[in-house]
Design a protein around this ligand. Structure first.
Ligand code: 8YV
Length: 332
């Protein structure tokens, strides 16, 4: 009997992809690029499973052309590229990669927050540019992070990991989230719940960790930036589109807030040109989860989900991080 087919939409750790080969006929791309919907549909036409990334949109139109598809594993915790309702409707299971990246992403949120506050990127560019001619006692003044109020918008598991790190900096943490955390978790993270207006007004360093939904688009725009302290920094490691990038560029140019750091952009890999011209912003190409160990863990989790969905591996029959488990119940 021929093996089921799995499409792997980007190259990653060959030893991890190889774990699929005993059970699947693997079609793995050897180039990482965004695929047009027609290209995805063409690749899924005879696929039973797929491992995709955030640039690969799987929606009802694609699914209508993928009659054999039973499972899609997303290489990321955020899954706004997947239409979960359409997948469920089509009887296709879907998984993401939660938890394995929490600590790595939290480390990076602090790296960006510190870099924005202490002007690391700007100072490095200046030095490399040969401009360091002598010391200036009053040069390069940035903002402290220790002892300052850290604000977190979106308090899931990554937000909580960011909050826990604040105790070493003796920084109080305030947060806002759709739903308030249990008191025990608040205590463990040292975080105090506030409404969004208070969060914006009181945070010295605001970090965004919201999942992307259409309702969250431009959660931080002109009005929210104006509500922040002029000395504050803003860090976005969540999703492009949560911040109105054009409004942020204006706010940074006009001194509405002091500095920002973005790892994600609306329409990435395109970056709002107005941001590129500013010195008081740190920009990185969506790398918050990119430590060697964590990217391997994410890849392994995606592979485990696919294997499990087809009855293989230690989780046979129970994909460990399935997003729509009802699909399996319906299939059994
Ligand atoms: C990406 C992320 O998955 O997990 C997420 O939601 O945004 C990242 O970890 C990563 O950039 C791989 O595309």
């Amino acid at each position: 009997m021929s093996k089921p087919k799995v499409w792997v939409s980007r190259p990653f750790f060959p030893d991890i992809v190889d774990r699929l080969r005993d059970h699947f006929d693997v079609r793995a791309e050897d180039e990482e690029r965004p695929y047009a919907p027609e290209e995805i549909a063409e690749r899924l036409a005879d696929a039973d499973a797929a491992i995709v990334g955030l640039a690969d949109r799987i929606d009802a139109t694609v699914l209508a052309q993928a009659p054999r598809l039973r499972f899609v594993a997303n290489l990321g915790v955020g899954y706004n590229n997947l239409d979960i309702d359409a997948l469920t409707e089509a009887g296709v299971g879907a998984s993401n990669t939660p938890d394995v990246l929490n600590e790595t992403v939290a480390d990076y949120a602090w790296a960006l927050m510190l870099a924005a506050a202490r002007r690391v990127g700007e100072a490095e560019r200046w030095l490399r540019d040969g401009q360091w001619k002598g010391a200036r006692f009053e040069g390069w003044l940035g903002a402290d992070v220790h002892g300052k109020t850290i604000g977190i918008l979106g308090m899931g598991r990554i937000g909580q990991a960011i909050a826990r790190r604040a105790s070493g900096f003796r920084s109080p943490v305030i947060y806002h989230n759709r739903s308030r955390l249990d008191a025990a978790i608040e205590r463990e993270c040292g975080a105090t719940y506030v409404d969004k207006a208070t969060l914006l007004a009181r945070a010295d360093h605001l970090v965004l960790v919201l999942p992307y939904t259409p309702a969250n688009r431009h959660s931080i725009g002109e009005a929210e930036l104006k509500a922040m302290k002029p000395t504050a920094t803003l860090t976005n490691i969540a999703r492009g589109g949560i911040v109105d990038d054009a409004a942020l560029a204006r706010a940074l140019a006009e001194g509405t807030i002091a500095a920002a750091a973005l790892d994600v952009f609306e329409g990435e890999p395109q970056v709002c040109p107005a941001l590129l011209g500013l010195s008081n912003i740190v920009l990185s190409p969506h790398i918050a989860s990119a430590s060697r160990d964590t990217r391997r863990d994410m890849a392994a989790l995606a592979v485990d989900n696919v294997l499990a969905a087809f009855g293989h591996g230690p989780h046979a029959g129970r994909p460990p991080t399935i997003l729509n488990p009802g699909v399996l119940a319906d299939a059994s």
